[in-house]
Design a protein around this ligand. Sequence first.
Ligand SMILES: Cc1cc2nc3c(=O)[nH]c(=O)nc-3n(C[C@H](O)[C@H](O)[C@H](O)COP(=O)(O)OP(=O)(O)OC[C@H]3O[C@@H](n4cnc5c(N)ncnc54)[C@H](O)[C@@H]3O)c2cc1C
Length: 691
Amino acid sequence: MYTLRTLPGDDVRQIMWRFADRFDLQMSIQSARSIARSVVAKLVAEGARNTHEWTEQKDELLTAFDQSGLTAVFMDPHQGGFIEGPKNLALALIAFELAWVDAGAATSSLASCLALAPIHEKGTTEQRDKYMSACVPPQPGEDREIWRGAFALTEPLPYIGVDTGVLCGKATVSDWTDGEEPMLQIDKRGRFITNMDFANFVTAAVESNDDRIKGTFMVILEEGDEGIFDRGAPTLKMVHQLSSTRDPIMNLKVPASRIIGGYDVVDGVIVPKYNHSEIIGSVFHRTRIPVGLMTSAKLISAIEPVIRYHRNRFRGGDACKEGSPRFDKGIQSNEDALQRLIDVWASGEAGCSLAFAASRLADQFDPIEKAKEAEFENQGITSPRKQMMALRKMKDQVFELIDLEYTPEADRNQARYQELKNDTLVSYAYMEALAGVLNPGVKLWNTGEGANKMREAVALVGGYGITEDCPGFLMQKWTDTQLEATYEGPEAVQRRHLTMTMTSEVFLHTLDAWIKQMKAAGSNVPGLGGYALASAMELWKFTLNYLQSAKDENGKKLYHNKRQGVTFAVADALGWLLGPYYLATDVMELIEKGPMSPTLAEGIDDLTGFYKDVCHVQAARAAGEVSRICTDLVYGFNECNGECSRDDLKEFVELKAKVDMCMAGSRLAKDRAGNALSEVMIPEALDYPIG
Ligand SMILES: Cc1cc2nc3c(=O)[nH]c(=O)nc-3n(C[C@H](O)[C@H](O)[C@H](O)COP(=O)(O)OP(=O)(O)OC[C@H]3O[C@@H](n4cnc5c(N)ncnc54)[C@H](O)[C@@H]3O)c2cc1C
């Protein structure tokens, strides 16, 4: 038995989310937190969310982001920023802090980064330096307006939405004098475009409507360009009201040098270096992570207000004597109230562990991706298909790297590990396959399941929960989750993405390494839920293999990208496993490093005891979901034979029974974690105004 003394603070997070040695990130967190809990909280409490319009009051947000340094986080030092190297983790931590109070505000802080992302990922050096520098707030002595951007992919119905293939945005050549830069006419309408009230430039996806331009591309449009730059009507959204959204109409003449990534002229035709799909693929590969994180941050932010509400619920009445259980514990004297809150907490922790792991991976991946491009260019291998074939040939080395990556440091051949890790193409192949699962996984699971769990948090505050002035703004946070699940690609997009990536041999080899790692955790770290996770992963893998060759009652293949009833469900099941897996690794990190922390050492066993239980609760929940989904899929496409037996599925039956047995102890874990919530100390008042 243990007691949780206080709610976990920065000292715990820095270890679990691995930024204890990053002073630059800790500073950014402080800036974001102080704005979230002052300017943002005040806006929400004062009802600034009650209008679709972008008001002067809401504009205070942008000033606060500029003044505190948050606006410049995305830029490199030579562009006016202050963080060296990749910034995915930095942006994720800022999104976490802002979404802790309001996810619309978090979206506002990220929207210009989304607009810049196509330029950052695929732009030319000149484009990058021009627009990134323009978006940095003016330094003392500088006299210029700060630029903000909008990212315009989505178009009015019936064009771009989930399906990004059919564009109505068109490009034609307007003038092209021999030896001079061609001028393009860009006709683009947007739907639901964030930042559109004040954007000075827009990165827009368009398609050629002219024989002299090839294919699709993304282009930078500026407010001052010749033609129409109409910001359009405000979107009548009911969520994220601290971000600006409108349906713009733009018809502008721009030089061809605004094509993102540049172009070549081949036989009199402008050939953009990148088509719009390549650019948006690269952008969303990163930007979806902080969106998923927002929902998880909100789940954890709900813990303190719910505990306070429950404890204080009956205080002050005549019948509630000081010192009585009703006075001391309030609603917390009921087991269900404690345990449902543990479920909310466990989901939030799992989502955060997954999203921070994905953002750390993205930071490692950024330079590797660039190095891979350079290496292939040196070798003259430029077509994506040829690159893929070259990477496939390295399968054995990639597998060896994965095996070493998941072998404890003391037991592995360190020299060989370093050699493989330093091999750009080998490292790239491993990271690309993993990121291909983690990034859609974060967006899918954190937001989709997070929305369901946020409803549970609201329910725990009863009638007050569904009012505007619920402590912790839980009602607003719940409704906002639906937008997090929608923008930058709804769940269907993420499931479709996972359908392609989760079958990769490299990812499946990584999954084998996770299974071994979780089995080892099952015996070395009892109570973490390692066995439950390992057995559920095995069941998932068996099911995927089975479905790939099995046919339904009518002889039709089950695993087929047109058969979303199968593939999307397999993706959902995998989504459940990712969060608790990364939470387990974070808890193991806390067990290892916590004792060395001066602030945590004393109560470390209590703290890690609680975290092991939270992880176990989530591992068991995930294992249950995986088991349910896999059972549906394996048995559901054949009619009942009346005998309740399938000889061909003996292995499935055994694996499933193992998952069931591995639930051992998970309810005891929930009992203990729930009890800990009834004793944990919380501050006297919420850390931001409640109205
Ligand atoms: C407030 C807000 C801000 C936004 N900001 C931006 C922005 O800044 N820039 C930008 O470009 N866009 C932005 N968007 C647009 C957003 O990204 C899109 O709304 C989203 O990608 C979904 O497109 P859609 O609404 O057209 O949905 P649709 O394409 O109409 O899809 C609707 C639903 O149908 C189902 N569905 C559709 N296709 C499939 C399929 N192939 N398989 C299975 N199911 C499917 C899914 O359930 C899906 O959710 C924003 C949206 C909102 C609401």
